[in-house]
Design a protein around this ligand. Sequence first.
Ligand SMILES: [Zn+2]
Length: 447
Amino acid sequence: MNKLDLIHELWFLKRELVSDDFDRALNRLADEVPMTIHEYPSGEPCWTWRVPEKWTCHEAYLETLDGRRLLDYADHPLHVVSYSLPFEGVVSCEELLPHLHVHPRLPEAIPFVFKYYDRDWGLCAPQTLRDSLQDETYRVVIRSSFEPGVLKVGEVVIPGESDESFVIVAHLCHPAMVNDDLTGVVVALDVARRLLAPSPDLWERQAGGEGSTFQPYYTYRILILPETIGSVAYLSHHEHLIPKMTGGLFLEMLGNDSPHALQGSFQPLSQPDRCFTTALRGLDPTGYTGAYRTIIDNDERQFNAPGVRVPMLSLSRVQAPKSSGLPPYREYHSSLDTPEIVTQERLEASLNVVLGLIQAWEHNQYVVHNFKGEIFCSGYGIWIDYRVNPEGHRRLFEIMERCDGTRTVADIAFELGLSFQAVWEVVSLLESKELVWLSRTPQQTNP
Ligand SMILES: [Zn+2]
């Protein structure tokens, strides 16, 4: 099923952290790809956290005392604060207002408000409705319940040659919203599909190679989970996998009309950071990069945190970094985040960027010289005439002198301010002439 159709099917579900609709959405995704669903019961300790209860809102509304209904949960799931306490009664307008949340920027929209752990009762309304309240008292009904449940984490594993893994994460716990967070989920699902049945173009090099199998080098783990607690639950119950996690990428906000923003990990000099920031230059010149926590905060925080320290970057479409004071996109965390603001075309373009990043990650190895001194380029037919192509000539020599067994393709691209792909092209050429070879570990070959 294509990404936009899947979004239309799932977006209006009440996908709360632990809820029937979260399970419905995850089960539907599990129809699309082979998925293991990990279960963590309410109350289960996860490092310093505990899995919360299952939350269900059965009915909720705000009425005038003569029975005029001002808002109704049945019309939109965002009308009730996620994990709101139950409440029923007649309250003064003054008492109501602190519990009636509005969007900070969009007067017509219902905001997304959640109080998962620091609980209170609350309703959400457009600013226009709040401004129109003139009665002295109102009737509030919130029939919500908390009960023991099971938090679910979906995992798709694509086995590689190595048990060293790369983790891709997207969260699924934003009720009735699309760009944040379903777009990351459907793109991650397509990444899983492509890795499970790769076409010859995906791995490029292995295409004509021995056996023509397309098994990746790294094992890929694609996780679909409720934000934060889902990552903590998974990591705390798979501690043995953490030392083998070489890097990761968090995905969301991939359907709106903004450029790609790649946010670095907590370890800005790590191989995934160098590889992805240089690869993005070749994949989408309109994209930009930002340091850890300067663009958007999501599950990558749990992977980058103390005791875990997996360098996880994130890819999203964000109009400007946080320092601009702008929201990530206009409709962020509101009822206006609907299928109308995302397009299949942009989802497809983002999928291609993610696949391109993964391809670079697979290619990123130490480049070891089979030569000593400077290569006699004319003798190998690889000399670039500096009079015709001065830039190409300079780059060829700058790349060659860095092929010394201590630098990866990403290191060379990073040092020279080039795209990963530009360096890869030269390295592939040198490899085809048997002037260099590629290694997963550094090689000291100096005399
Ligand atoms: Zn969000």
